[in-house]
Design a protein around this ligand. Structure first.
Ligand code: KG4
Ligand code: ZN
Length: 340
């Protein structure tokens, strides 16, 4: 059973995990910098990379100690090499390469989106055919998945990601960062039908998304009505959340119907959203679709999902050259790109 150390530093989480086979979790360490960035109202790339540089060696060593292994006992060392913040990716990728060189181990470059994409299946040795929605702070993607490595991009956001829509509207409302969870919590006591915010591209006939109109609409609303009264916040949050959830759920179910898949899987930080879960649970049950979410501790960025994706690559006989570069920008082709 191969044992893999994975390192994740694509955004503001410094994480390391050790996985044996597909389900033997030996270590799962995360240091979130969210509090550090919250004072800036969003992730500041240089602050993120400086913090990765300071914390990653400690997090990696803690993971190794928890796993009770020496680096020499590992079979491969994996790192997220993109998409993400360039200077942040460089820290994790460089450390992983250094460890792989030092211990003469296989290096595996893992795509962050593939990590999220496979996370609902964590522990399984095969990935079943399904329709996937990856919704994070940086990405909103709809994919048809035939199996591991066989991904077809059906649609994506043309501007803001779903998580970004949550975070940016939360900022406009004067809530903190990251805003998704704050909107989710406040919305629990709100009326989603009180305010009518736009459902971008819901009738577009394709599987692309657009959330920048929602942000603009909230900004115009606030310019007109002034800062929201505390008593109006729950209704505002519930109405904003409904606009985002409505589009995501509608397009995901339509894609599953058109592709003839019987399973749908949602991953990325936004898959933690309680309204999205509730809405999809109800609709999936009604049409007889199996619905999968990642385990709770794999929702937001972590290294275990990277180790799990790496385990599939290793099982398929893939390895990455030690010269592999980082790829900060999302490229659909890179998702399906197979390490040699
Ligand atoms: O997957 P993730 O940790 O990082 C990226 O790869 O981007 O996702 C972070 C995003 C943030 O935008 C955050 O606001 C959002 O996930 N998020 C949520 C919730 N929890 C996290 N959005 C809506 N509702 C939530 N409960
Ligand atoms: Zn992510």
């Amino acid at each position: 059973m191969p044992t893999i150390l994975a390192i994740e530093t694509s955004c503001d989480e410094t994480a390391a995990a050790v996985l044996s086979g597909f389900n033997g979790v030996l270590a799962h360490e995360i240091f979130s910098q969210a509090e550090i960035h919250s004072e800036f109202g969003g992730v500041v790339p240089e602050v993120a990379s400086r913090n990765h540089l300071a914390s990653a060696p400690l997090i990696i060593d803690r993971a190794r100690q928890k796993a009770g292994l020496d680096f020499s006992q590992l079979d491969a060392i994996a790192a997220t090499t993109g998409p993400g913040l360039a200077s942040a990716l460089l820290v994790g990728a460089s450390l992983a390469k250094g460890l792989a060189l030092g211990a003469a181990k296989t290096f595996l470059a893992v795509n962050h989106i593939e990590g999220h994409l496979l996370s609902p299946f964590f522990g399984r040795d095969t990935i079943p055919p399904h329709t996937a929605l990856v919704v994070s702070g940086g990405h909103t993607l709809l994919l048809d998945v035939e199996g591991f490595g066989k991904y077809q991009l059906l649609g994506r956001t043309l501007d803001d990601a779903a998580g970004e829509a949550f975070d940016k509207t939360a900022k406009l409302l004067g809530l903190g960062y990251p805003g998704g969870i704050l909107i989710d919590r406040l919305a629990a006591d709100g009326d989603p039908a009180r305010y009518d915010f736009p459902r971008g591209m819901i009738e577009s006939g394709d599987f692309d998304f657009s959330f920048s109109g929602l942000k603009t609409s909230v900004r115009i609303f606030l310019e007109k009505h002034g800062p929201p009264a505390k008593t109006d916040l729950p209704d505002l949050c519930a109405s904003i959340q409904a606009a985002i959830v409505n589009v995501l759920a509608t397009k995901l179910l339509k894609a599953a119907r058109q592709s003839g898949r019987h399973t749908i899987a949602i991953s990325g930080g936004v898959s933690a959203n309680s309204s999205l879960r509730q809405s999809l649970n109800t609709q999936a049950e009604r049409v007889g679709l199996e619905l999968l979410f990642p385990p709770p501790d794999l929702l937001t960025d972590n290294a275990l999902m990277i180790a799990y994706a790496a385990a599939h690559h290793l099982a398929a006989g893939h390895t990455s050259p030690i010269t592999e570069e980082i790829s900060p920008n999302f490229q659909a082709s890179a998702l399906a790109k197979i390490p040699s």
